[in-house]
Design a protein around this ligand. Structure first.
Ligand code: GTP
Ligand code: MG
Length: 233
């Protein structure tokens, strides 16, 4: 069978002659999809390495670590396909690459609010990174209280036979924002999106408290920094 260009493959086009499923066809589609997903895994590896380099370099040059932890996730093939169906995107790999921009996700949790911009600027400034989209849910908090800086970037991945530009969603937030988001996520799922009004307002209040904590911690952090500078001068 002639190999298809992966970018024009129809994922759902597996009816063979007389409407029968062509087993070989399905096998090829499956392999192409696995290979397509592998590119996203590599993109996560690259972004994670970049973040780890920043972390280590900050530590070495400034004796300061702005990153608490880094997590990454690759969307499962099932949820990629579920999103394509839900959003009515065309069912082919080129359309999936263009439309589903959160297949590869990396979350960076920082200590202080000011670390978020520091990490963002150092990533965005790298030659091989292109910003496709940026959403600042810190300057513009979501109505439910959600805060984070979201970037969709694309990065080249050098495969054995070709180079691909792969999109990666990067979320950057503080520990307090992360704490809030993980609890809100659990509550949202528990109520299947129908969070009762009293819980919604409690969550909004908790988001406000998280912001106050972040601001207080930031101020303390600067105060300690200044004291340390005076001591060493
Ligand atoms: P999707 O199409 O569903 O991916 O959303 P979107 O394209 O509108 O992107 P958005 O930037 O709003 O959200 C992307 C991701 O941010 C989500 O998958 C979550 O991980 C996170 N996120 C966004 N909003 C919330 C929220 O209200 N609560 C929590 N806990 N996480 C959120
Ligand atoms: Mg998303």
């Amino acid at each position: 069978m002639k190999p298809w260009h992966p970018d024009t493959t129809a994922v759902d086009g597996f009816s063979g002659a007389a409407g029968r499923i062509d087993v070989e066809h399905v096998h090829v589609l499956r392999e192409q999809f696995v290979d397509f997903m592998l590119g996203y895994k590599f993109a996560i590896d690259e972004i994670t390495t970049k973040i780890n380099i920043l972390r280590e370099d900050f530590n070495s040059t400034h004796e300061y670590n702005p990153i608490e932890h880094v997590r990454s996730r690759l969307k499962s093939p099932e949820s990629v396909l579920e999103k394509v169906q839900r959003k009515n995107y065309p069912m082919n790999l080129a359309a999936i690459r263009e439309n589903v921009l959160d297949i590869a996700g990396v979350r960076v949790v920082c200590s202080f609010i000011s670390d978020i911009a520091a990490i963002r600027d150092r990533l965005v400034g790298q030659e091989d990174i292109t910003v496709l989209e940026e959403r600042d849910y810190i300057a513009h908090r979501k109505p439910n209280g959600y805060q984070s800086l979201h970037l969709i970037v694309s990065i080249p991945v050098f495969r054995s036979a070709r180079t691909e530009r792969i999109p990666v969603e990067i979320q950057i937030r503080t520990i307090a924002m992360d704490f809030w988001a993980s609890l809100e996520h659990k509550i949202y799922y528990k109520y299947r999106g129908e969070v009762p009004p009293n819980l919604r307002s409690d969550l909004a209040q908790a988001a406000e408290v998280a912001t106050q904590l972040d601001e207080k911690m930031e101020a303390l952090h600067h105060q300690v920094d200044r004291t340390a500078q005076v001591r060493t001068n």
